[in-house]
Design a protein around this ligand. Structure first.
Ligand code: FAD
Length: 394
């Protein structure tokens, strides 16, 4: 960095293209924020610990609130071509199949479509929104040091990089969060999520044109297609589990299909048909966390699961991470001089009330089970235009 640039920085004259932002983690939130910041003109680099992108076997729902962000980075049309477009959120009683609540989801209702897809399709789309050369694989963050308005990043392979600011988008086991706030507090309520994606031909019946949540007394299962062609089915459950199994959340931990089928014995034939058809399954420990006291320190800020991990029950974890990406870019664009720290506080001030509310509702797991729910605040939200708080600065 030259003396002129240093002096510009001190006087708050650093242009966006001169401001370098390092993003730790190339998951859903990391790639989304790389795309929004690049579009805003920043010098962005992404550091991901994995040496390649694996195809995690899972479906993912993208609600209208996140689809608006994806539209802004050019991904709505490509995703519409491959994804399943459910007619509604359909809620049914586990054994009789009685409909307890249905929310049709036409694009006109919240200003964007509701899509369900394979998680790998969404990840690939997000990766396509940033130039491959700015994503550095095999870079596991090991340390961070802030000095004189710069942040040094140390990686496990012994290399170091520097940036003007760092975004910790390193997921539920975030090392950046640990560096900022110390070890996290976890709570285990004895529940796991089984999940599987497999060809719909194996099921031998149509699972319906909606995303269906089947509600049992102490467990549920969500089933939907993941492709526009409806040739792939996904389900994800929440079911009680003896305490011994508790483990860190892992996308690769396997489950036992026989135990899974036994857990859903007596459920409606449509559910049993899907469970009988699934060749194998994965298992994810559902852990709960309270909102964090703060999301940033100096020029390091958290995003996505790193700062607001939530249960999967409202299908909002990735969606809120993607929302974060739009709001963080807006706050950095509107930065006052060199006040990156103030921009991070403004981002948190806007985002935290919303994500804390979603965390709490998601944890309760009653969302849309019965009756009318106020859904406009959730799905109608537009991260590109929602008013940002005034008067939050350093
Ligand atoms: C079963 C299940 C179903 C779900 N369904 C939905 C759904 O339908 N809709 C929805 O919106 N959300 C859903 N979610 C939530 C969603 O998966 C997460 O909220 C989302 O992936 C969070 O994005 P992220 O970028 O914060 O983290 P991640 O996507 O987990 O990405 C974090 C990245 O950081 C990398 N990383 C970690 N540590 C380091 C390090 N030290 N150095 C460098 N890189 C590092 C990781 O390798 C990873 O690539 C679901 C979750 C589960 C478990």
């Amino acid at each position: 960095m030259g003396a002129d640039h240093q002096s510009d920085r001190i006087q708050g004259r650093v242009s966006r293209a001169q401001r370098s932002i390092a993003i730790v983690g190339a998951g859903m939130g990391g790639l989304a924020v790389a795309a929004t910041l690049r579009r805003a003109g920043f010098d962005v680099r992404v550091y991901e610990q994995a040496t390649r992108f694996a195809r995690v076997g899972a479906g993912i729902q993208m609600m209208p609130n996140s689809m608006k962000v994806l539209r802004g980075i050019g991904l709505e049309e490509p995703l519409k071509r491959v994804a399943f477009s459910p007619y509604s959120h359909l809620n049914r009683v586990w054994d009789t199949g009685e409909v307890t609540n249905e929310l049709p989801m036409p694009e006109s209702l919240y200003g964007a479509p509701y899509l369900c897809m394979h998680r790998a399709e969404l990840h690939a789309a997000l990766a396509s929104a940033v130039p491959a050369e700015i994503v550095h694989l095999g870079k596991e963050l090991a340390g961070l040091e802030q000095r004189a308005g710069r942040v040094a990043l140390a990686f496990a392979d012994g290399t170091r990089e520097h940036a003007d600011a760092v975004v910790g988008a390193d997921g539920v086991h975030s090392k950046v969060r640990e560096m900022l706030l110390g070890p996290e507090k976890l709570s285990w309520k004895g529940r796991v999520a089984y999940r599987a994606v497999f060809p719909s031909a194996l099921v031998g019946r149509d699972i319906g044109g909606s995303r269906t949540k089947w509600w049992g007394p102490d467990r549920h299962i969500v089933i939907y297609y993941t492709t526009a062609k409806r040739d792939e089915v996904y389900f994800v459950t929440s079911v009680p589990e003896p305490a011994e199994w508790m483990t860190r959340e892992s996308w690769s931990a396997k489950g036992d299909v026989k135990e899974l089928r036994a857990a859903y014995e007596g459920f409606h034939p449509d559910v049993c048909a899907a469970l009988d058809a699934c060749p194998d399954c994965h298992k994810w420990a559902i852990l709960e966390r309270e909102p964090l006291p703060r999301w940033s320190e100096g020029r390091v800020v958290l995003l996505g699961d790193a700062c607001h991990p939530m249960t999967p029950y409202m299908a909002q974890g990735a969606a809120t991470s993607i929302e974060d990406a739009a709001v963080l870019a807006r706050c950095l664009v509107e930065v006052n001089g060199d006040d990156v720290e103030g921009a991070f506080r403004r981002y948190e001030a806007h985002r935290k009330p919303r994500t804390s509310r979603i965390q709490a509702i998601s944890s309760a797991n009653t969302w849309m089970r019965t009756g009318e729910a106020d859904t406009a605040w959730l799905y109608g939200y537009d991260a590109w235009s929602a008013p940002l708080p005034e008067g939050v600065s350093s």
